[in-house]
Design a protein. Structure first.
Lengths: 744, 198
């Protein structure tokens, strides 16, 4: 349905984001009414998954206490973690199901809203076929919920199309690591980081997006380790970099090929390791031959001697760790970029031993666990492939269906939105995903949403995307349901339930199970609680690469997390992968992967001569559905600003804090300028956490990596000019506010 | 906490402001943050620094207080002004060489970092140093800090004034004290001092 029923302003007035500045009862209340209990759980935000203790009183979270015994963060927290508890008891919290009416939304009963949901799904599937309904999930969901949602799509709805917002995060690295190693996980726990002689951090704003990792990096330097940072911006960790490589956005592959070239030219490769444990080296080496440092410098803008120095430091180090994140992944050659990092590590034998390895930094809360057990469009539990007939047979057996009843792989997240736009997909059920803010080309997303015949949302706050829904089902926060998470390290952890959902809000998994029952598929969803789901997940993952069979809540609580794979209850888990030099590939070897240079999907030209790159700030998280409601975090960085170098600013007559308009081939955006010498003069940076007239994703483009299907958020062509003032046009220009259609 | 000391290393700071957010969670001043945070010069660089009170051995703030409202405990912690005594004159705010005390409205009282007295007195670490993701603020044992590249110092010179503090600053390994005046680094000055002490 899915045009917003009334103006964005009116919806914002009613559903927020409003700013919460004080704990329940006010700042002084806790000294009068102390907490009843402390619950050991984790932060609900990023992939670091810091341990934290929540203070609970009368079914409310009233504060926190650091959890110093949890080994990963030892009490440390970023500002989001410190203020995470402010989302609980928030005035914007959805307390009942809501149904669309002509002038907004009205509260509804669960019966009415769920029967309506099931009725619309049935009608669309009968009219257009099973695949006309798609499901969106999210990487903030517990592993049990992710598993449940995958099973729900395939068994209850019978649709091919389920994917999740982790598609916008980690999938390029996941694809590259699967090609090379047959497993999608960081190769080492973070305790290895301080042991490296050289740390190479490329495309990872560690200080702001993985703040706790900073301490590991500084400890590496305390031990005498050298830090190399490659990024178009001097991010906070660059302040202590021993070598900084200021590359152009989208040219990481050229840098990495140039570095491999130097390593091979100097004979710094580990011949013995390559011969014994890898395949595909010769082809990769032959291509790297073409990338001498002169050419790499030409493409990247990094001086040749700096490229040589970085390569030689890595090549000569006894132990090197190569850390990478979204900067590499968010490109139309995201998989190649990550493969090129892996190739460097393999060529120098930096894997499967102490203080070394290529290591992805997963970004989303359960970005790791949420991508292991069937929430992805091509995947079955245990990181099994949906196209693999043996895997289909095994999982179908666990689920009590015939293998041929399992749908084939479907569309990825952006492809689902494209298919909604083209009219192929007519209905969407979305949980924990705010695509209007987080997908590229936001105007396209808005157009697509307006064409849906049915749009159901399960969430705890009214996101900007939910404005377009026919029905919004009030779900649960992180602290309101037991579940597993998996951190960036590959450590499976326990999110302890701290409180019950407030009002009539229900646990997310209850809602999905209820819909399955109302669809007449209840026999496949006999779960009473997350523990029941985990029991089935353990069996469904058994024998797969992501084997969780040996993992239980009790074991996690006792052992402070377990690294998967963990195939048995007496298995200790696997912190360091490949310690035995055996890889999870068909031949047991690590595979060099050929990487070929390609231009960006939105190349610069005379009209759009600058690079636009987008990313995060430390005080906000993803699409901001949660963090834009927490006053202290909003005050820290209240609105997106366009970051540019003084040299570019001077050329355009722009001063710090001026209003500027940034234009790409999609749209334009008017923001205040932040003029700083910490960014390349050919690049503009805008953080993407905001909606409407402040949404960076109105500018980005929908080019996908052909294999991982990740959008190219990190490289767009743009221009910038001075503006007279803020953009005062309505938030959703381009979309017409017609009268809402009936049905609700 | 016995055996633990507070160390500040601005070179580790990543500007995340976790300390600022966590400070206001502290029981004695919930909702108010006592951390001093700044980007050094954002246009020029990403370097930033966060500070707590240095808890001077001879606190200037207490020395200049006309109402005798600022007290140092036996443990060396310098506290916020005593509410019944404080006349909100802001002498301390102006006099502190580190710029730490704050005049709080509407309380009309000087408040400052008390090194999380509510926590350290019951065996917990101060909130800021516990959460700091880069450990630019650290509350650890001396043997732990000895593993770092930099070494701790607690002697500062402000022109003629020499200040020693409870809290340590992490300084480049070759320095014993931190001078903030350019003349202290000038060859002529060093030469002259050497001559007079001979």
């Amino acid at each position: 349905m899915a045009k917003a029923p009334i103006s964005e302003e009116a919806l914002t007035e009613e559903f927020g984001p409003h700013l919460n500045y004080v704990p329940p009862g006010g700042w002084k209340d806790e000294s009068i009414h102390p907490a009843e209990k402390l619950v050991k759980t984790h932060c609900c935000f990023c992939g670091q998954q810091c341990g934290i203790q929540l203070k609970v009183r009368e079914n409310q979270i009233i504060g926190f206490e650091p959890w110093e015994d949890f080994p990963f963060n030892r009490g440390m927290l970023c500002p989001k973690g410190v203020k995470r508890y402010m989302q609980s008891g928030h005035p914007d919290r959805l307390l009942t199901p809501l149904m669309r009416r002509p002038n907004g939304f009205r509260p509804a009963t669960w019966d009415e809203s769920l029967n309506f949901t099931v009725g619309r799904i049935r009608a669309i599937q009968e009219k257009y076929g099973k695949d006309a309904v798609a499901v969106y999930g999210g990487a903030s969901l517990s592993t049990e919920k992710s598993y449940l949602l995958g099973k729900f799509a395939r068994v209850a709805l019978g649709t091919r199309h389920i994917d999740y917002n982790g598609r916008l995060c980690m999938v390029s690295a996941g694809t590259a690591y699967k090609l090379a190693f047959g497993i999608d996980r960081s190769t080492i726990p973070w305790s290895e980081i301080p042991k490296a002689e050289v740390l190479f951090v490329i495309g990872a704003n560690v200080g702001e997006c993985a703040p706790i990792t900073t301490d590991y990096i500084w400890r590496c330097r305390d031990n005498g380790g050298r830090l190399i940072v490659a990024d178009p911006r001097m991010t906070p960790i660059t302040r202590n970099a021993d070598l900084y490589l200021p590359l152009r956005p989208g040219t990481d592959l050229a840098l990495l090929l140039g570095m491999l070239h130097v390593i091979l030219q100097d004979g710094l490769e580990d011949r013995e390791f390559i011969r014994q444990y890898t395949t595909g080296f010769d082809e990769v080496a032959a291509y790297a031959q073409q990338w001498d440092v002169g050419q790499a410098a030409e493409v990247t803008g990094v001086p040749p001697d700096a490229i040589e120095k970085a390569a030689r430091w890595i090549g000569k180090a006894k132990r090197a760790i190569l850390l990478h994140a979204r900067g590499l992944e968010h490109q139309s050659k995201g998989v190649e970029n990550c493969s090129a990092v892996v190739n460097l590590a393999l060529a120098t034998g930096n894997i499967g031993r102490e203080g070394s390895g290529p290591t992805m930094i997963t970004g989303q809360g359960n970005g790791q666990g949420g991508r292991e057990h069937g929430q992805k469009c091509d995947q079955l539990p245990g990181q099994r492939s949906l196209a693999d007939s043996a895997a289909r047979e095994y999982v179908a057996g666990v689920w009590g269906i015939r293998p041929e009843e399992l749908p084939q792989p479907g569309y990825s997240a952006q492809e689902i939105m494209n298919a909604i736009h083209s009219g192929e997909i007519k209905g969407l059920l979305s949980m924990c995903f705010n695509p209007l803010v987080s997908l590229p080309d936001a105007n396209f997303t808005r157009e697509a949403l307006s064409q849906l015949e049915f749009f159901g949302v399960i969430d705890f706050f009214m996101s900007e995307t939910a404005h377009h829904a026919d029905v919004v089902l009030a779900g649960s926060l992180h602290e309101e349901e037991d579940g597993l998470g998996c951190s960036a390290e590959g450590r499976v952890i326990h999110w302890q339930k701290s409180i019950d959902p407030p009002g009539q809000a229900r646990c997310d998994s209850d809602i999905i199970i209820d819909i399955a029952h109302r669809l007449g598929r209840g026999q496949y969803f006999p779960f009473k609680n997350p523990a029941d789901i985990l029991e089935e997940l353990r069996v469904a993952s058994r024998g797969g690469v992501a084997d969780y069979y040996g993992i239980t809540y009790e074991r996690i609580d006792r052992e402070k997390g377990i690294f998967w794979p963990c195939p048995g209850l007496d298995h200790p888990g696997t912190p360091i992968l490949f310690a035995d030099k055996k890889f999870y590939t068909h031949d047991g070897k690590a595979h060099f992967t050929r990487t070929e240079w390609r231009p960006s999907g939105d190349p610069i030209d005379d009209q759009y001569p600058l690079y636009l790159t987008t990313g995060r700030v430390v005080s906000q998280y993803l699409s901001g559905t949660q963090t834009r409601r927490i006053g202290a975090l909003v005050d820290q960085y209240p609105e997106p600003r366009a970051e540019l170098h003084p040299r570019l600013a001077q050329k355009c007559g722009i001063k710090d804090d001026d209003w500027v308009t940034v234009t790409t081939r999609r749209d334009d955006l008017t923001l205040r300028a932040l003029v700083v010498k910490t960014i390349r003069p050919d690049t503009v940076f805008i953080p993407y956490h905001w909606a409407g007239t402040r949404s960076a994703n109105r500018l980005t483009h929908r080019t996908l990596d052909p294999r991982s299907k990740i959008p190219e958020f990190k490289v767009s062509a743009c221009k910038i000019k001075l503006a007279m003032g803020p953009d005062t046009s309505p938030d959703d220009r381009g979309a017409q506010h017609g009268p809402a259609r009936g049905g609700a | 906490m016995f055996g633990y000391e507070f160390y500040i290393d601005p070179s580790r700071c990543i500007a995340c402001r976790s300390c600022l957010q966590a400070c206001e969670e502290c029981e004695t001043h919930r909702g108010k943050s006592m951390i001093n945070f700044d980007f050094i010069e954002r246009r020029e660089s990403i370097t930033s620094a966060a500070y707590v009170c240095w808890h001077c051995d001879e606190p200037t703030c207490a020395q200049v207080c006309p109402a005798d409202a600022i007290k140092k405990g036996e443990d060396g912690v310098v506290h916020s002004s005593l509410k019944p005594r404080c006349i909100a004159c802001s002498n301390c705010v102006l006099a502190c060489p580190f710029g730490i005390p704050k005049m709080m409205e509407p309380e009309q009282q000087m408040m400052k970092c008390d090194m999380c007295y509510d926590r350290t007195s019951v065996g917990k670490r101060p909130m800021c140093a516990t959460v700091c993701p880069s450990q630019a603020l650290a509350y650890v044992r001396p043997e732990e800090i000895a593993k770092r590249r930099e070494k701790p110092t607690n002697v500062f010179y402000f022109g003629e004034q020499k200040i020693t503090t409870k809290v340590f600053m992490m300084a480049p390994a070759e320095r014993d004290a931190i001078a903030l005046d350019v003349v202290d680094y000038m060859w002529e000055e060093i030469h002259e001092v050497a001559a007079t002490t001979e």
